[in-house]
Design a protein around this ligand. Structure first.
Ligand code: NAI
Ligand code: MG
Length: 347
């Protein structure tokens, strides 16, 4: 696999995770080769670009990519976000973003439900409100305008929907389509009709349509009944941060970017950014990155290794003395990672 540690806490959580992933692969009888790429903010400051011109061809040579985070206070955000992570997602056409969210025994959250949360958000990853189409007009007049055009296409909805229905079938068989088709009458009514067609191909999956505002309430009040949430780009972005907080925070949220059935590497990354407020202090929670690595192991055909990582994380999190400050504890990244590594090596 290729590994892009990036900036801020990115390298901290990646270096905590790699030994865990390697050890889990070894326990599952395999070897995990990792090639590190020095892409990100430092490279941008040195060369004017966050990644080399042939970056996408380089990545195509790997089955999967593990990415930390980019972003640093002395570089404009869009240079690194568009110059690296969004650039890679678009160039590889990583159509679907998968964000599992689950409660962990030992981790207390704001959630009221005693039996917690266990769901997956499937987010369309290439268009919608993030299509990048629009512009600004009438600058410096009282009528100044900013126009952002949302694009929703049948092929993009179809590939996200098919992935989400297959996933629901492998879980508890329930899918909630999240839209705002009462008010946004063009794009989201297309979602409603395309998803109804895919639902007809999957009679064994129970499908409901939920407006995004109602879904925000459901997530907080009754998350347990939710299984797979299928969302467009914007709603998936927002709801997955909300869901992540219900499960313990940004330090706990993994993700995958993939092209279902496509011959391109999938990219796995913690949902969080470079966290400049805590970077360099050795207190970042490495769990989101490790769980992203576990998804990578599943993806490259080592599901037993993925399970070993998740079990080891669960074992360590049951002990509050191993929690990092974001979980209310005082352990360091290294202390938590060392216990998870020990659990991987002894299970
Ligand atoms: P952020 O996710 O970096 O941080 C938000 C909050 O969560 C902060 O209080 C941070 O300390 C905390 N946090 C994040 N990761 C954590 C971890 N592993 N352990 C414990 N606490 C953690 O989001 P923010 O502050 O909006 O952005 C910071 C930089 O990261 C910006 O430059 C932004 O553009 C970039 N960014 C990059 C992303 C990526 O590379 N995929 C995604 C989101 C933001
Ligand atoms: Mg986000």
């Amino acid at each position: 696999m290729a590994v892009i540690p990036g900036d801020g806490v990115g390298p901290e959580v990646i270096s905590a995770s790699l030994p865990v992933l390697r050890a889990a692969a070894r326990r599952a009888g395999s070897r995990l080769e990792a090639v590190e790429l020095d892409w990100g903010g430092d490279r941008y400051l040195r060369t004017g670009r966050a990644m080399p011109p042939d970056a996408v061809d380089v990545l195509r040579g790997f089955p999967a990519v593990l990415f930390g985070a980019v972003g640093r206070p002395d570089v404009p955000d869009h240079e690194l976000i568009w110059g690296l992570i969004i650039g890679v997602r678009q160039a590889l056409d990583l159509a679907v973003n998968v964000r599992p969210v689950q409660s962990w025994a030992g981790v207390t959250t704001v959630l009221r439900e005693p039996d917690g949360i266990d769901l997956v958000i499937v987010r369309e990853n290439t268009e919608g409100e993030y299509a990048g189409i629009g512009g600004r007009a009438h600058a410096a007049t009282p009528h100044e305008l900013g126009i952002e055009v949302a694009v929703h296409s049948r092929p993009a909805i179809l590939r996200a929907a098919r992935y989400a229905f297959d996933l629901a079938r492998s879980r508890r068989g329930r899918l909630s389509l999240v839209t705002k088709s009462n008010a946004l009458r063009h794009g989201y009514t297309l979602w409603d009709s395309v998803v109804a067609e895919v639902a007809a191909e999957h009679p064994d999956v129970e499908c409901e349509n939920v407006l995004v505002d109602a879904m925000a309430v459901r997530l907080v009040q009754r998350p347990r009944e939710l299984d797979v949430l299928l969302c467009g780009n914007l709603f998936g972005d927002i709801l997955s941060d909300l869901a992540a907080v219900l499960a313990g925070g940004m330090g706990m949220a993994p993700s995958a970017n993939l092209l279902p059935g496509g011959d391109v590497p999938a990219l796995f990354e913690p949902v969080h950014g470079s966290a400049p407020d805590i970077a360099g202090r050795g207190v970042a929670n490495p769990v989101a990155c490790m769980l992203s690595g576990a998804m990578l192991l599943d993806h490259v055909g080592l599901p037993a290794a993925g399970r070993i990582v998740r079990d080891a994380v669960a074992t360590a999190l049951r002990d509050p003395s191993l929690h990092t400050p974001d979980l209310g504890g005082s352990a360091s990244t290294k202390e938590l990672a060392a216990e998870i590594l020990a659990a991987v090596e002894t299970t």
